[in-house]
Each structure stands twice: as structure tokens, then as C-alpha cells.
Design a protein around this ligand. Structure first.
Ligand code: SF4
Length: 323
């Protein structure tokens, strides 16, 4: 999912000639994922023409689009609020589950949501902005989500408006659709566009909400569970990284506020997990070195003790929570 959000965002802008998806498993498993991602992010035969100014945006630095706070289904979105995750009310009705959804949308016609179905709808707003009352929530539901939402943001900017944007996707649940929606939403939130996400039609509320939170986490937009950064392994790997990864996920997967790096060797591992809070790094045969940020704090401990030592380290720093 991180690859879909990251590499997919670049593919959608036509900025790639060859890709490699890095997975912590047998390298041959990487190839089909990369191929699916390329297919999922295929560019349209003819790009849509939007009759709005080009969106002015610095592509090198993250800046979230400034928006007003507006309530949807009684819940605030926009402003300084994190990108909220909602669900269609009928998905809840289907499964009886709401899970962690922060709002439930009865329909895309529920005020203050205003739906834009294509380039003509966006051009119509651009030529007569006052037709849509201020304090609306703009939602693009046409083809090519990334360019459509960018055009919507450009039209809003040109009108001097700060209405928030709801990112809405209707998908059927195939892997290709999941990769594409990850690339679409990942690309937009990485560019600071979007104040709420609703994914519709993908099984029940539980799955759609989880998928939306996972995409936001993959794009480093909003964290809802432990963030794992693991290396793909290579000839330098000093332990069975796939097996250890499974054990670490089971032991630490409930810590929503922590990022853990799992790296096969101390030669390159610390650099590759530079933004992790804690690191589990192969220090030598049968030996693990634990990191806190970029500092090695417990060196060359026996591998069989390393996971519990990492628990102790996180406890010592006051960041442990019981599952
Ligand atoms: S961190 Fe070390 S073991 Fe992992 S891929 Fe990089 S060089 Fe190989």
C-alpha cells in the first residue's frame, strides 16, 4: 500500500519509466505487485480537458490546502482537523458495523456535500461560483480522481474559496481497484488536497474504513496503527526477517503512536529507517542491536531475547500500551 501511494502517485503523473516495489518477502513476489500497480495506474488515452486555471502548487514541499471548517453529518472537517474518514450509511446498515468511521454519509446529496460529476460541472462552478453556497463540501465523483480533484481545487482557489474537499471513491474490491484508489487518494493527500475520505462499495463498513485509514497512514498523512518500516532483505541480512517481521507485527501491532524499523543489517539498516522511533537491526550472526531513533541503545543482544528487550525499551521510554 505504501508503494501504491508513493510510486502510484508518480505513475499517475507520468513520472516513471521503470519501477521496483520493495517487499519484505521473496523478491520474486515483488514483480507481480509492480505489474499490477503499473496496470492500475495506466494513464488515460486522452487526458480530460478542464476549463479552469492550472492549480498553483509547489510540488517540492508539503502544504495542506487551507480550508474552512464545515460540519458533515454533525462532524467537523477541514481547517486544522486531520483528514477524517467517513463511511456511507448504507454500508453500516449492511453489516451493522461502523468501526472507527468518524462520520456516516446518508448520500452524496446530503447537504452540505455538493457533487461534481465531470469537467463540465467543475467549469460550471468556475464560471459562476456563487451558485454553490460558501461552506459547502466539494466532492468530485467523475473519472480520473486526481486530475478532477486538482481541477476542483484550482476552481475553488480562483474563486477565493476555502470550502473543504471530500475524496470519494466507489470501488468493487479487486486488487487493481484497491491499488488505484490507494494511488489516487495517496497522491492527493500527499499534495495536501482532501479533508475527508469516503470509500464506497468495498465490502462492508469495516473494510472501507480500514482501507481509508491504511491509505492515509501509507501516505504519512494520518497514523492509526503501528508504522513498520522493514527492509526487503538481501545477502547482508543477518536473520530470518520474514519470520521475525511476523512476530514483531503480532507483538507491537497495537501501538498506534509508534514507528518501528526492522532492518536486516547494521551496514545500511540505520540509514534506511532514519525516521523510525525504534529499530530492530541485525548486529551480527544471532545478534540484534536495538535503536532509539538514530542511536544504538542496546547492542548485540541475543536474537532470542531481542523482541522482549524491545518491549522493555519501549516501556522504559513510557510509550508502551497493553494490547
Ligand atoms: S538494510 Fe541491510 S539487509 Fe536490509 S536490504 Fe539494506 S543492506 Fe540488505
Amino acid at each position: 500500500m505504501k508503494s501504491a501511494a508513493g510510486i502510484g502517485a508518480l505513475l499517475l503523473d507520468g513520472l516513471a519509466d521503470t519501477i521496483r516495489v520493495s517487499l519484505t518477502e521473496d523478491p520474486v513476489a515483488e514483480v507481480p505487485v509492480a505489474q499490477e500497480l503499473i496496470k492500475a495506474c495506466a494513464l488515460p488515452a486522452a487526458p480530460t480537458a478542464y476549463n479552469v486555471p492550472v492549480l498553483e502548487k509547489d510540488p517540492y514541499h508539503y502544504e495542506r490546502r487551507a480550508t474552512d471548517v464545515v460540519k458533515v453529518s454533525g462532524v467537523e472537517i477541514g481547517g486544522a482537523n486531520p483528514v477524517k474518514v467517513g463511511v456511507k450509511a448504507d454500508a453500516i446498515a449492511l453489516t451493522g458495523e461502523r468501526r472507527n468511521a468518524e462520520f456516516a454519509l446518508a448520500s452524496l446529496d446530503e447537504k452540505p456535500v455538493v457533487q461534481f460529476k465531470d469537467a463540465m460541472d467543475i467549469a460550471g462552478f468556475a464560471s459562476n461560483p456563487s451558485a454553490v453556497p460558501a461552506g459547502s463540501v466539494f466532492c468530485y465523483t467523475g473519472a480520473e480522481m486526481v486530475s478532477g480533484v486538482r481541477a476542483l481545487a484550482a476552481a475553488l482557489d480562483a474563486a477565493g474559496r476555502q470550502d473543504p474537499i471530500l475524496l470519494y471513491a466507489k470501488i468493487g474490491g479487486t486488487e487493481k481497484e484497491t491499488l488505484r484508489v490507494s494511488a489516487d487518494i495517496g497522491s492527493l493527500v500527499t499534495d495536501g488536497l482532501g479533508d475527508a475520505v469516503v470509500i464506497d462499495g468495498y465490502k462492508g463498513a469495516k473494510e472501507t474504513v480500514l482501507l481509508a485509514f491504511d491509505i492515509l497512514q501509507a501516505a504519512y498523512c494520518r497514523r492509526s496503527k503501528t508504522n513498520f518500516i522493514s527492509c526487503p532483505s538481501c545477502g547482508r541480512t543477518l536473520y530470518d526477517i520474514q519470520q521475525v517481521m511476523g512476530k514483531i507485527k503480532a507483538r507491537f501491532g497495537h501501538l498506534s503512536d509508534i514507528s518501528i524499523g526492522i532492518m536486516g543489517c547494521i551496514v545500511n539498516g540505520p540509514g534506511e529507517m532514519a525516521d523510525a522511533d525504534f529499530g530492530y537491526v541485525g548486529g551480527g550472526p544471532g545478534r540484534i542491536t536495538l535503536f532509539e531513533g538514530k542511536t544504538a541503545v542496546k547492542k548485540n543482544i541475543p536474537e532470542e531475547d531481542a523482541i522482549e528487550e524491545l518491549v522493555n525499551l519501549i516501556k522504559e521510554r513510557g510509550r508502551w500500551q497493553e494490547p
